[in-house]
Design a protein around this ligand. Structure first.
Ligand code: ZN
Length: 398
């Protein structure tokens, strides 16, 4: 038999305040009774899975209202762990196309296409057989940073990548947070290091948009303690923390990226993950200051959806500069908010198209980025068309 609610609360209070062994006052009957030490086991945070009791509309959105371009996916990546770098494909074109056709995804942009011969292989696998469905970006060849002429070399690599078929340039957060003077040792290389100037310029001259990920959620720069809203996420992935050591702050990283955008006005920068999704007033300032700046929403509907009124205004004002994107990674078990599949896209469509309230932002047992839920922003058709397709199509020259 279930405990009456009042009794249950008392056993919880016992566990919390450590009064096990003391008689409890039963306020209803004015009597004391012995506490039940066995029932007083505290519930571990990881086992807590509260179910919402709200009775609110639940809209199922199986397909996006208009065809879309997913501007931010990882269909392949470069494995640098062995003796030689190799390309790993996370799925096959046939498997990806099944989901794409079911979910109304016209094109997937595979950002992590690699460099040199690895890029050529990625293009052969994805873009060549389906040029109207898959687009591949290139990445800098960071291992060559120790070369005396790296700046020139990296600029030329962008031209070679364009010739090979790459449509844009991807910068992982490696720049600013991992890449060091001797690749893995020495001081960190700054985002606005001059050795990349020729690369930014070449991308602009060749009409290749730069998809740039700089910094990470603000909580990743704070101690992983009881005040940290991403405590569970950081506890599961301690290596995602940039607290202490020689890491720059989030603000320093954002400002270094801004200096790059200012120095290269001809180059178009898509700041991934909404640039700084927890601080939309700051992102708005940046968008006002740099006309060559755009943003995508990949892996950040958890942030945008918990501030739905601010987000809705943001989409209104910057409707020509926001790109639909998910950060989809086939079989990405470590990051439930990115697992490529039907469920992932349905959540994004629900966020953008409906005014549903308080739903999960990721297909996961426990919200993986923080224990909260999100609200849809019900965008009108005009804005949906731009965000889903037109803005990305313009940048990609389609
Ligand atoms: Zn990504």
């Amino acid at each position: 038999m279930a405990l009456p609610r009042r009794e249950w609360l008392k056993t919880v209070a016992t566990a919390t305040f450590g009064t096990v062994g003391f008689p409890l006052l039963d306020r209803v009957h004015g009597q004391t009774r012995p506490s039940d030490a066995k029932a007083a086991q505290p519930l571990a945070l990881k086992d807590y899975e509260p179910k919402s009791m709200l009775h609110v509309p639940e809209t199922h959105v199986p397909r996006s209202r208009f065809p879309n371009i997913d501007f931010h996916t990882h269909l392949s990546w470069v494995d640098r762990k062995g003796k030689a770098d190799v390309v790993q494909h996370t799925t096959t074109p046939a498997e990806a196309l099944k989901v794409m056709d079911a979910k109304n995804i016209r094109i997937m942009v595979n950002l992590t296409g690699g460099y040199g011969p690895l890029l050529e292989e990625t293009i052969r696998h994805w873009q060549q057989p389906h040029p109207d469905r898959f687009i591949v970006f290139t990445e800098p060849w960071y291992a060559k940073i120790t070369m005396p002429n790296y700046a020139k070399f990296q600029g030329e690599q962008i031209q070679a990548a364009k010739k090979a078929g790459a449509r844009g340039l991807k910068i992982l957060k490696t720049l600013g947070l991992y890449l060091r003077e001797n690749v893995t040792t020495g001081p960190l290389v700054k985002v606005d290091d001059k050795r990349f100037d020729e690369m930014w310029e070449a991308a602009g001259a060749l009409d290749m948009p730069v998809a740039i990920h700089v910094s990470d959620p603000e909580a990743f720069f704070l101690p992983t303690d009881r005040f940290n809203e991403r405590y569970e996420e950081l506890s599961a992935h301690p290596d995602w923390s940039f607290h202490g050591k020689d890491y720059p702050s989030n603000a320093e990283l954002q400002e270094a990226r801004n200096r790059v955008m200012q120095r290269h006005p001809r180059t178009k920068f898509v700041c991934l993950h909404t640039a700084d999704s927890e601080n939309l007033p700051y992102v708005s300032e940046c968008l006002d200051r740099y006309p060559n700046m755009y943003v995508d929403i990949a892996a950040r509907i958890g942030e945008l959806g918990r501030q739905p009124r601010m987000s809705r205004k943001f989409f209104d004002k910057y409707q020509d500069r926001i790109l639909f994107a998910t950060d989809a990674t086939p079989h990405g078990d470590e990051t439930p908010q990115q697992i490529f599949g039907n469920e992932l896209y349905e959540i994004y469509y629900r966020f953008l198209e409906t005014e549903d309230e308080y739903f999960d932002y990721a297909p996961a047992r426990i919200p993986p980025q923080g224990r909260w839920r999100i609200y849809g922003i019900g965008l009108p058709d005009e804005i949906l068309k731009k965000v889903y397709y037109e803005n990305a199509a313009r940048l990609l020259g389609l």
